[in-house]
Design a protein around this ligand. Structure first.
Ligand code: PMP
Length: 378
């Protein structure tokens, strides 16, 4: 059975990237690899839309989130977190784990954040050193007004803006420098269409001023060491050679395609799934739905966990279930990774068929028809 991944990471990887990574291993301190690293970093700057430093870390996305926390903060520092789901909560947990003090804005799962709440928090507590937000909260498939928050934080001389772009970057518009993002983190297993294992972090001049005075203990994730090594496009530790070779290839393809085109493709796939879902009588969970991943509320009485497992077993399609308090209630379909219009149609068909098998009343082809209209402008 053909495997189709619609999970919000890991995703399917294109053959040309897989073949690139299958070439014989090379040593990580050779001119050949350092040249590949240099091209990858340059490609990442385009992907991030930044002139700032960008570093590659061998570790999943959370490694870059932890790097942001331990490099920017010192024990006892206050940090504001916009937490609207599982990954916002992860920043809160990280900040607590390093004996810092989180100030949390909770807009509620699936809701956008009100900018005046951010403004008020920073006005009332000027000692806040950093603001942490998420571009796309994967657990609720919600997107946030990063540009708006960036404008507010940029007016504070002593506060930096950190964004988790792990599942949003490449799928939805995000402009690091224009939007005043001081630190942006991302990961390999999402819109870059790579296997998991790499994370990335960009650092602005303003963020370096914080890093240079941080008293937090750190070792593997000490970004000053990464900066020193990066002067020669090298890394402080053994880099995940194969993944970086794949990264270079993936970034070349994105550059060729153009970032705006990539955002538009995700937008179309997401719109197709949203319209199809509504036509089938399903509710979109988020009030600010993202184009990176879509969360659908299943009809009453259908267990989301079983639904996902049946889709995988019967049709080879992996979609994600709900996390935390949404477990069993929603399914989540990613729009990134190596997939095309016919994959989008396939996942909608799979959901339709499975819903019918669960006894849900539906005219066959209802969702597929809507998706075709969006995807092929019919
Ligand atoms: N933040 C977001 C928004 C994510 O989607 C994920 C992964 N699903 C993470 C953080 C954590 O990344 P990782 O699992 O690669 O450590």
């Amino acid at each position: 059975m053909k495997k189709r991944l619609f999970t919000p990471g890991p995703i399917s990887v294109p053959e040309d990237v897989l073949l690139e990574m299958a070439k014989p291993m090379i040593h990580h301190r050779t001119p050949e690899f350092l040249h590949i690293a240099q091209q990858s970093v340059e490609g990442l700057k385009y992907f991030f839309q930044t002139k700032n430093d960008v570093f590659i870390i061998a570790g999943s996305g959370t490694a870059a989130m932890e790097a942001a926390t331990v490099n920017l903060l010192s024990p006892g520092d206050k940090a504001l977190v916009i937490s609207g789901g599982k990954f916002g909560e992860r920043f809160v947990e990280l900040i607590k784990a390093y004996n810092c003090v989180p100030v949390v804005i909770e807009p509620g799962w699936g809701n956008p954040v009100e900018l005046n709440m951010v403004q008020d928090a920073l006005k009332q507590q000027p000692e806040i050193k950093a603001v942490f937000a998420t571009l796309v909260e994967t657990s609720t498939a919600t997107t946030y007004d990063i540009k708006g928050i960036g404008e507010i934080v940029s007016q504070k001389q002593d506060t930096v803006f950190v964004v988790d772009g792990i599942s949003g970057l490449g799928a939805v518009e995000c402009r690091t420098d224009q939007w005043n993002i001081d630190v942006l983190v991302s990961g390999s297993q999402k819109a870059l269409s790579l296997p998991p294992g790499l994370s990335f972090i960009s650092i602005s001049e303003k963020a370096w001023t914080k890093i240079n005075v941080s008293k937090m203990p750190k070792y593997y994730l000490n970004l000053k060491e990464y900066k020193k090594a990066m002067e020669k496009f090298d890394f402080p530790f053994t880099m995940a050679v194969g993944l970086v070779i794949g990264l270079k290839k993936s970034l070349e393809k994105i550059k060729q395609q153009g970032l705006e085109n990539l955002w538009n493709i995700h937008q179309k796939r997401a719109e197709a799934v949203r319209k199809a879902a509504v036509s089938m009588g399903l509710r979109i969970f988020s009030k600010a739905p993202s184009d990176a991943v879509t969360a659908l509320v299943l009809p009453e009485g259908i267990d989301g966990e079983k639904f996902c497992s049946d889709l995988r077993k019967e049709f080879g399609m992996s979609v994600a279930g709900g996390q935390g308090k949404l477990k069993g209630k929603i399914i989540r379909i990613s729009h990134f990774g190596y997939q095309d219009e016919f994959d989008t149609i396939a996942v909608i068909a799979g959901i339709e068929i499975m819903l019918t098998r669960y006894g849900y009343k539906l005219e066959p082809g209802t969702g597929v028809r809507e998706a075709m209209k969006v995807l092929f402008s019919l």
